[in-house]
Design a binder for this molecule. Structure first.
Ligand SMILES: O=C(O)[C@@H](CO)OP(=O)(O)O
Length: 246
């Protein structure tokens, strides 16, 4: 008896296309991203992996990706649960900044540290500034977040995954989690027991379902799970890794 968990990073967003640090800024999917989301749903349908419930962040790129994918899989009717704890990593003062310009200004080492280290957060964003979410009503009741490293993301996402996602899996449901590059990196780090060092080299492609079969202890039967389109996943992973480079 195994549980089926599907992780889906949103399709390309308008700010992915522009190469800007995004974090909690609530940008839309690009046209390409909508296509990726629909293709993700077709892949689910073709492989017969049909979610019974979907969990998303509070950001429209993830919510819309889930909707496009589920529509394509003819599962738009399933229950939806949304929580800020599945949000992208808050990118602090880097939100809204160009990745290539940041790399040039601060150099490769600092850029990599901010982007992929496990426990070094970027500088905090200024309260009340253009790309801060400190007064956004959707986060009322949640702690005010001004920056996060991946460790922070893991610490807020994991309790949600253990309670809500594993809870749904336990009741026999196939679960889809539609989220973000870095919140999914945190989940994958936990599932695959990836070290703090090695997680720096892990990137998640946009719009390609990653399927994990989990045993009764919620350990992956196959480490790393499997992408439903491995070739496209490999190409997209490389593209994500290269962001910032000209
Ligand atoms: O900008 C962001 O919020 C993330 C995801 O798009 O970027 P990165 O892959 O550089 O962490």
């Amino acid at each position: 008896m195994t549980y089926t968990l599907v992780l889906l990073r949103h399709g390309e967003s308008e700010w992915n296309a522009k190469n800007l640090f995004t974090g909690w800024v609530d940008v839309a999917l690009s046209e390409k991203g909508v296509g990726e989301a629909k293709r993700g749903g077709e892949l689910l349908k073709e492989s017969g992996i049909l979610p019974d419930v979907v969990h998303t962040s509070l950001l429209r790129r993830a919510m819309n990706t889930a909707n496009y994918a589920l529509d394509a899989a003819d599962r738009l009717w399933i229950p939806v649960k949304r929580d800020w704890r599945l949000n992208e990593r808050h990118y602090g003062a880097l939100q809204g900044k160009d990745k290539a310009a940041t790399l040039e200004q601060y150099g490769e080492e600092q850029f990599k540290l901010w982007r992929r280290s496990y426990d070094t957060p970027p500088p905090a964003i200024e309260v009340g500034s253009e790309f801060s979410q400190d007064a956004d009503p959707r986060y009322a009741g949640a702690p005010v977040v001004l920056t996060e490293c991946l460790k922070d993301v893991l610490e807020r996402a994991l309790p949600y995954v253990k309670d809500e996602v594993f809870g749904d899996l336990k009741s026999g449901k196939t679960v889809l989690v539609a989220a973000h590059g870095n919140s999914l990196r945190a989940i994958v780090k936990y599932l695959d027991e990836i070290s703090d060092e090695d997680i720096a080299g892990v990137n998640i492609p946009t719009g390609i379902p990653l399927v994990y079969e989990l045993d009764e202890d919620f350990k992956p039967v196959t480490k790393g799970g499997r992408y439903l389109d491995p070739e496209a996943a490999a190409a997209s992973i490389q593209a994500v890794a290269n962001q910032g480079k000209k």
